[in-house]
Structure formats: structure tokens, C-alpha cells
Design a protein around this ligand. Structure first.
Ligand code: PGA
Length: 244
């Protein structure tokens, strides 16, 4: 894994945007794997800026998102479809029919998961996957567990994730308790992976990630087995990284 430590959140976002820009300019019809959460918002702002400055075009880009809450329609302001529209898609020249987010309101969720995974394969796999990391080590909604699901699947959210995400909802009771998420195997199909981490609340998990062996109890640890992963984290997230 390649590790880049940046001074702050803005620099983390800008270094990540450099890698996305490089990918898009090399392959204008690239398949981008996108993530939600507070961490990639700065990256998306930077990509919008570069789009406005005519440095990148999303015209021929296809995007595939990691996950979606079960039960929230795409127009719900906490759904990940809504998040992507608001934070990126509405501001760039991407064709929305080529932006894929799992449907958390699908009648048959297992069928939705199966089709979502097939779509990733039909697209020829993801060129560049953006990931955040949960304080419990989850990537996408692959929660710590004694076993991990390989491909897109239904996941029960852990208490710690429900608690962490409750900051976006009126009440913790409003946070969905299940999600549809790409699996570690789906993520591994990506040719290149960028994991972003920012802030002191990520310092502990980044230290743990450095020290741990590969284990389903820390789903992000599987990234150690992928040949092309870059971790970009700011100094706050890296504050425990080099301590013994
Ligand atoms: P965050 O979430 O970017 O809001 O910290 C990351 C995650 O839970 O994967």
C-alpha cells in the first residue's frame, strides 16, 4: 500500500483529485467507484472546480457507488443517491443514466444485489475506487464480523455505524439498520483503490489498520492484499500512525 500523509483535509482532497484527474484524462470513459460520507465531500468539490475550469469532463464517465441504505428512496435527503446528486452529479457533465447507486427500495433486494454485481462485471470492472473508512474499520457497509460477504449483498449495520451516522438524522431511531453494499470481492475487482481518512477520530483505526493482520474483524485490512491501493490521510488521521 502506498501511504500519502497530507497537512490537512483540503490537501488530502486535492491529492485525491489529482489521482482522479489523471485516471479520467488517461481514460475519458473510465468506470469510477464512488463513496459517500463526509470524507469525500472535499474531493467532489475539487472535482467540480476542475470541471468548471475545463480540466476534466465526466461526459463519458460511468460511476458505481458502494452502497445505499435500505428503505430510503433516492429523493430522501439522507439517501446516498441524493448525496451523490447534491455533492457531485448535479454540478458536472456526467450522464445520470450512467451513475449507478443500489436501489434501497427495490422490491426484491437480493435480486437487486445480484444485478448490481453483474452490472459491475458487465461494465468491465471499476478503474478507480474511492473509499472512506469507518471508525470500526468498515469499508462501504462491510461491517466487522467473523465472516465477510464477497459481493454486493444486504448488510445489518452495527451499533457503532448507526451511532456514527445518526449525526445526519433527526433521531437515532431514524437511521436505517440495514443497507445494500458492494462486498470486499466487488471492491477488489477495482484496478486501483484510493482510501481517504481525515480527522483525529480516524487516528485509532488508521493505527490499527497499519498494525493488524488481514482479518474480517477489520474489513479494511483486506486492502493489504490488493496490488494497487493508495491511502491518503491528513496529519490528524495519521497522528498515531508512526507511534510504536
Ligand atoms: P465518514 O464515513 O466519511 O463520514 O467519516 C466514512 C465511512 O463510514 O465509511
Amino acid at each position: 500500500m502506498k501511504i500519502i500523509i497530507t497537512k490537512n483535509y483540503d490537501e488530502m482532497s486535492s491529492v485525491a483529485a489529482d489521482l482522479v484527474e489523471k485516471c479520467i484524462n488517461k481514460k475519458p470513459n473510465a468506470i469510477l467507484g464512488l463513496a459517500t460520507g463526509s470524507t469525500p465531500i472535499g474531493l467532489y468539490k475539487e472535482l467540480i472546480k476542475r470541471h468548471n475550469d475545463n480540466k476534466i469532463s465526466f461526459k463519458d464517465i460511468t460511476s458505481v457507488n458502494l452502497d445505499e441504505y435500505i428503505g430510503l428512496p433516492g429523493d430522501h435527503d439522507q439517501s446516498y443517491r441524493y448525496f451523490m446528486n447534491e455533492n457531485l452529479f448535479n454540478h458536472v457533465d456526467i450522464d445520470k443514466t450512467k451513475t449507478f447507486v443500489p436501489n434501497g427500495k427495490a422490491e426484491d433486494l437480493n435480486e437487486e444485489a445480484k444485478n448490481y454485481e453483474k452490472n459491475i462485471d458487465d461494465l468491465g470492472g471499476i478503474d478507480l475506487q474511492i473509499l472512506g473508512i469507518g471508525t470500526n474499520g468498515h469499508v462501504g457497509f462491510n461491517e466487522p464480523s467473523s465472516k465477510l460477504e464477497l459481493y454486493t449483498h444486504i448488510e445489518d449495520l452495527t451499533e457503532s455505524t448507526i451511532h456514527a451516522n445518526s449525526r445526519f438524522f433527526d433521531s437515532i431511531d431514524d437511521v436505517p439498520t440495514t443497507a445494500i453494499s458492494m462486498g470486499i470481492g466487488s471492491i477488489f475487482k477495482a484496478k486501483e483503490i484510493i482510501l481517504l481518512a481525515s480527522g483525529e477520530n480516524k487516528a485509532k483505526i488508521m493505527q490499527t489498520l497499519k498494525d493488524t493482520l488481514v482479518t474480517p474483524l477489520i474489513p479494511a485490512s483486506f486492502l493489504k492484499l490488493h496490488p494497487n491501493v493508495t491511502i491518503i490521510m491528513d496529519e490528524d488521521a495519521a497522528s498515531l500512525y508512526n507511534q510504536e
